[in-house]
Write a protein that binds this ligand. Sequence first.
Ligand code: ADP
Ligand code: TYD
Length: 205
Amino acid sequence: MRGKFITVEGIDGAGKSTHLAWLTAFLQARGIKLCATREPGGTPLGEKLRGLLLDKDQPMHLETETLLMFAARREHIDKVIEPALARGEWVLCDRFTDATFAYQGAGRGVDAGKLATLEQWVQGALQPDLTIVFDLPPAVGRARAGSIKVPDRFERESEAFFERVREGYLQRARSAPQRVRVVDASRGIDAIQAELQTIAESLCR
Ligand code: ADP
Ligand code: TYD
């Protein structure tokens, strides 16, 4: 049986890494064979593209950035995501196309129609079975993340940028309510994990 494709999203500092670790352990304890991966990245070529995309000393046109995100994604789908799903593994992916709509679309202003064309081109019918968006005000995320030693090309963006990104995620959630689950990440870790447990248990049924 084909595995399930789960993606996890949120602005920087939303607690994605914390909750991904918890979710991975929870699903593995249920005996689910898991392929944990990330975007941009997840393949040798994708990880090289990630290095360029996050490099604070590598400026690029916003459409170059967008196309590189989708180029890395094409490789990731072909080499990692589709083969794992076909083997019956679940794929737990740290960010996917909703991040492009949120960061490059809402954040940087790339036209959503162009993104939808690229989404269709690169993914065809592939969509996550479930996307969890960890939602919180950017000021809270920034305070939690503390002083990142050397912030990457995205982490050094303004609070206004992250407000637009946040709204971009919420917009994506409104347009696909059956797929996207928004979790209030401004709460304490225990409350968030209790909600995650409910979500994960319903997935395992
Ligand atoms: P992200 O991967 O989204 O950037 P992290 O999981 O690394 O975020 O979390 C950033 C910081 O905030 C970490 O120090 C983490 O322990 C802390 N943190 C995460 N979630 C919460 C929460 N709900 N309440 C308080 N602190 C949190
Ligand atoms: P992430 O792995 O969450 O960063 P970190 O390891 O620093 O927590 O994501 C890397 C950055 O890439 C993040 O700032 C969001 C950005 N990004 C986009 O702008 N568009 C995309 O399509 C994706 C997948 C990520």
